[in-house]
Design a protein around this ligand. Sequence first.
Ligand SMILES: Nc1ncnc2c1ncn2[C@@H]1O[C@H](COP(=O)(O)OP(=O)(O)OP(=O)(O)O)[C@@H](O)[C@H]1O
Ligand SMILES: Nc1nc2c(ncn2[C@@H]2O[C@H](COP(=O)(O)O)[C@@H](O)[C@H]2O)c(=O)[nH]1
Length: 205
Amino acid sequence: MSFKEKGLLVVLSGPSGVGKGTVCRALRSRGTDLQYSISVTTRAPRAGEQEGVHYFFKSKEAFKKMIEEKKLLEWAEYVGNYYGTPIDYVKQTLDQGQDVILEIEVQGALQVKKNFPEGTFIFLAPPSLSELKNRIQGRGTETLDLIENRLKVAKDEIDMMKYYDYVVENDQVEKACDRIEAIVTAEHCKRERLVEKYKKLLEVE
Ligand SMILES: Nc1ncnc2c1ncn2[C@@H]1O[C@H](COP(=O)(O)OP(=O)(O)OP(=O)(O)O)[C@@H](O)[C@H]1O
Ligand SMILES: Nc1nc2c(ncn2[C@@H]2O[C@H](COP(=O)(O)O)[C@@H](O)[C@H]2O)c(=O)[nH]1
């Protein structure tokens, strides 16, 4: 009989525009064995964004109700909008032994770290601030004002990288994916996880 250990919770965060979404899409198309949590947000959908695919789009009232009903693992107000991670999907998926990745900003990541320190916290870093600016501008989804606000927040966020387990530079998407895959593999080989797993295996066999 084989014992299924709990999945890993991988938290990928970093400043807006660094490439979190791009890297997650590349991991997905590689077939990396990670489940992607879909966040709730109060921001308006961008062109092409779909309900339940990119986000669950909610009013501020509906979002606040989710906070009150403790339906969010973490949440944060970021540049005028709320963002949060539905707790049920994360719990159920980890319990099934599957790894979950959250793509979230820094305040939310630090909340998860406080409540779920056994998670794996990866900070995705830009090669430089000027490259970060080029990326946000190049994406063309925000007005100039919003880009400036996001860049201001980015400086404080980069200062928070010291609280993460790993820092991965997103210089090239494929290299960043290689590094993240290596981290996930290494986390699966961590001694504490394996001691627990083998203890349970010995009990059942
Ligand atoms: N390694 C890279 N080299 C060059 N451009 C990149 C790289 N990674 C991502 N980009 C580009 O940077 C822009 C921002 O990427 P993306 O939307 O994935 O960032 P994000 O961190 O998910 O942003 P947000 O937090 O605002 O959702 C996109 O236009 C993307 O194509
Ligand atoms: N704390 C959380 N942050 C989240 C969540 N989902 C997304 N995000 C982050 O918000 C910013 C802005 O996102 P955008 O889609 O408006 O560009 C970005 O850093 C996302 O990673 C969440 O559930 N919790």
